[in-house]
Ligand binder design. Structure first.
Ligand SMILES: [Fe+2]
Ligand SMILES: [Fe+2]
Length: 276
């Protein structure tokens, strides 16, 4: 993997997550895109679940037009693959980003300098099936039926695939996060799946053990915690979505996790991120 350094000086970063535009009435979507077009910001970060595969390209195109000259850094979420496969959706995203230069999919070696002190990195991530009840969970996941790569897997192979997806994101972060922390005192990490169970809520309450395997990327969390210990003078802030329940947690003095709140049908902005 080649590391790409690029600079986009940013003071105000709009954070958006789990807008699920495929489930939004047209007039609500129009108001949301108008708000985005008129927002005072220097960049946008979207932490996944933008749409579903059928509408993802159309909705990202609308977001690109709303953003104008403002860059939109994003990672896809699990819903963005619904009705298709990893390879098809990833290719569609790559083709779209090649045509719309303000759309930047994170997860391909980018280290974005937002200020002299702060950089942004990111990767999609995936729940790794390890948290809570693990593969012994009594709860199923819609993803197993709606994403083609999972459809024909028996339970054991499904959970092995989840574990591998978690490991992939952990390996990516082990490669890129230390490089970013070597240059910048604060690194923001955009990803879709929360990296620890302490931030998990479901329907506003504690996320039960049977659901945790589908809501946490423990592999990525372990990687980030390990790296944070080697960079005690630096700060890492992870921005995630997926659970739709706002939560904030400091795993240590230099590692903070923020999870976006969201309500399907009502896309909104998360609290503005101010860059030092
Ligand atoms: Fe979502
Ligand atoms: Fe999600």
């Amino acid at each position: 993997m080649t590391i790409h350094y690029r600079t986009h000086t940013t003071k105000n970063l709009i954070w958006i997550s789990d807008i699920h535009l495929d489930m939004v009435h047209d007039d609500v979507k129009r108001r949301f895109l108008d708000k985005l077009a008129n927002a005072r910001c220097d960049a946008v970060l979207i932490t996944g679940d933008i749409s579903s595969s059928e509408y993802l390209v159309a909705h990202l195109t609308e977001i690109s037009h709303a953003c104008g000259s403002t860059p939109c850094f994003f990672v896809p979420g699990n819903h963005d693959y619904f009705g298709s496969s990893f390879a098809m959706v990833d290719q569609a995203i790559a083709d779209l980003c090649a045509r719309h230069r303000n759309l930047i999919a994170l997860g391909h070696g980018e280290i974005i300098e937002l200020s002299r002190n702060t950089a942004l990195i990111g990767c999609r991530g995936w729940y790794d099936g390890q948290a809570g009840a693990g593969s012994g969970t009594k709860v199923g996941s819609a993803d197993r039926h709606l994403i083609k790569d999972f459809r024909n897997l028996d339970r054991a192979r499904y959970f092995e695939t989840l574990r591998m997806l978690g490991h992939e994101s952990a390996a990516y972060l082990r490669r890129i996060l230390p490089m970013a922390l070597t240059r910048y005192s604060t690194v923001l990490v955009g990803t879709h799946i929360p990296i620890c169970t302490q931030v998990l809520r479901h329907g506003g309450t504690f996320c039960e053990l049977d659901r945790q395997p589908y809501f946490s990327n423990r592999s990525a969390g372990n990687a980030i915690v390990g790296i944070s210990r080697n960079f005690s003078g630096r700060h890492i802030v992870v921005y995630a979505g997926h659970s739709h329940c706002f939560a904030e947690f400091s795993l240590s003095s230099n590692l903070k996790i923020r999870v976006a709140g969201a309500q399907r049908g009502f896309p909104t902005f998360q609290p503005m991120i101010t860059i030092d």
